[in-house]
Design a binder for this molecule. Structure first.
Ligand SMILES: Cc1cc2nc3c(=O)[nH]c(=O)nc-3n(C[C@H](O)[C@H](O)[C@H](O)COP(=O)(O)OP(=O)(O)OC[C@H]3O[C@@H](n4cnc5c(N)ncnc54)[C@H](O)[C@@H]3O)c2cc1C
Length: 394
């Protein structure tokens, strides 16, 4: 039997989980496993809001890929995928083409701007390592500059979008504001943090109690939330709302939503907002050798409800995808993916969080600790006690 080639695109939660589960199951003579990612590390997307707010060093959210994969079983390539040629079963990298028999696409997502004027030019994002590096530098520069020219707009921060990412970042920044003011010799009362949300409430897809507790904490932090207001333009010194009002501020953070990357549509996959709808086995319908998982896919439950894209589902899909690829290679029946929802935890600054765990509502310090436990669980899933011990106290 000819040795098969499995190619995994994207080394985030979904891609890494697929690779390390395949390396446990696949025999060397059965297939080669190749993992391709932009960087030689996985960054923990769920912690991306922390470094720009100054509560965590950027390096702490990195996990070196070669430390978690078995390099005798998985070939890692640090490269940018620029295209997929389905007809010839090839992945196009900058200066190389990779053949595949089985393809796993786990690109994650990119920000949705809804073509709002000025967003690309003036706003910052929280979705990958580069984006948070830029935001971190911007925030640092604003504090440094304020000590030389006391312009209030320098210390006015505007978060557009009151969803999960927006609220986590708002809280983190407000939590750390006293420490930043202390460091740069800036009066705390000069800091203004605004949130603009188009719908009638922040966190609209979450439970009432979670919303109420978050609102209470955000209010304690002094964050001003404006609901039912849409940003129609971003400028270099603020945002224009749909009632023509302008909020002034030199740092705009855009956290309005996500979409899939352009590669999937260019390759000829049927996409909805750049994401590919998959079947119950995680495959692209009618393409049994191609799997889409994590944020780049759309997965619906038996009742046809779309599951929101989270790290939790990406991890479970990675594990399941590995099992189904092994089944395909061995000519066995594939099993449908069953998502096990364990809960949701959203941080509200370093020491508080809110959410639901196994159906029980939690908030405050206990919720914050439980969120840490979910991170520890991930390190253990990666199979590295060393990593768990190294990252446990960050
Ligand atoms: C601030 C924030 C907080 C969050 N908190 C939570 C939380 O508490 N709980 C939760 O469940 N979810 C949370 N999420 C959502 C969660 O992070 C995502 O759902 C999850 O990361 C999706 O995993 P993924 O593997 O699909 O994508 P990612 O983890 O984003 O990984 C995609 C990988 O693909 C790589 N890649 C992309 N394009 C290319 C290319 N062309 N070539 C090569 N490599 C490429 C990227 O560099 C990246 O390494 C949060 C998200 C954010 C932004």
């Amino acid at each position: 039997m000819k040795k098969k080639q499995i190619v995994i695109l994207g080394g985030g939660y979904a891609g890494v989980m697929t690779a390390i589960n395949l390396q446990k199951k696949i025999k060397n003579k059965e297939a080669d496993i190749i993992l391709v990612n932009y960087e030689d590390y996985q960054y923990l997307t769920t912690k991306l809001h922390e470094p720009p707010a100054g509560t965590l060093q950027e390096d702490k959210i990195k996990i070196m890929i070669n430390e978690i994969i078995d390099t005798n079983k998985v070939i890692f390539k640090k490269a940018t995928v620029i295209g997929i040629d389905k007809e010839n079963k090839k992945v196009l990298l900058g200066n190389e083409k990779l053949d595949y028999d089985y393809l796993v696409v786990a690109f994650g997502a990119v920000p949705e701007t809804f073509e709002t004027p000025g967003v690309k030019e003036h706003a910052y994002f929280i979705y990958n390592f580069d984006s948070i590096h830029q935001l971190r530098n911007q925030i640092k520069t604003m504090f440094q500059t304020y000590s030389k020219e006391a312009n209030d707009d320098l210390l006015s921060f505007i978060v557009v979008g009151g969803g999960f990412t927006g609220v986590e970042f708002l809280s983190e920044l407000a939590y750390n504001a006293p420490a930043l003011c202390n460091k740069y010799g800036v009066p705390l009362e000069k800091i203004k943090i605004n949130c603009v949300e188009a719908s009638s409430s922040i966190l609209r897809e979450f439970e009432g109690e979670m919303i109420n507790y978050s609102l209470y904490v955000l209010e304690q932090y002094g964050i001003k939330i404006r609901c039912n207001k849409k940003v129609i333009r971003c400028e270099n010194d603020g945002v224009i709302l749909d009632n023509s009002e302008k909020i002034y501020g030199n740092t705009i953070i855009w956290t309005v939503g996500i979409k899939g990357t352009h590669i999937s549509s260019q390759a000829g996959f049927n996409v909805i907002n750049g994401r590919v709808k998959i079947n119950e086995f995680l495959q692209v319908p009618d393409e049994e050798n191609i799997f889409f998982i994590g944020d780049s896919s759309i997965y619906t439950d038996e009742r046809g409800n779309e599951e929101p894209p989270t790290a939790q589902i990406a991890i479970q899909q990675g594990e399941h995808c590995a099992r189904n690829i092994v089944a395909l290679i061995r000519g066995k029946a594939l099993k449908p993916f069953k998502y096990i929802y364990r809960g949701t935890l959203m941080s509200l600054g370093r020491k508080k969080a809110t959410g639901v765990v196994y159906g029980i509502k939690v908030k405050g310090r206990i919720a914050s600790l439980l969120k840490k436990v979910t991170e520890w669980r991930y390190y253990l899933k990666l199979g590295s006690i060393k990593l768990f011990l190294k990252k446990m106290f960050i």
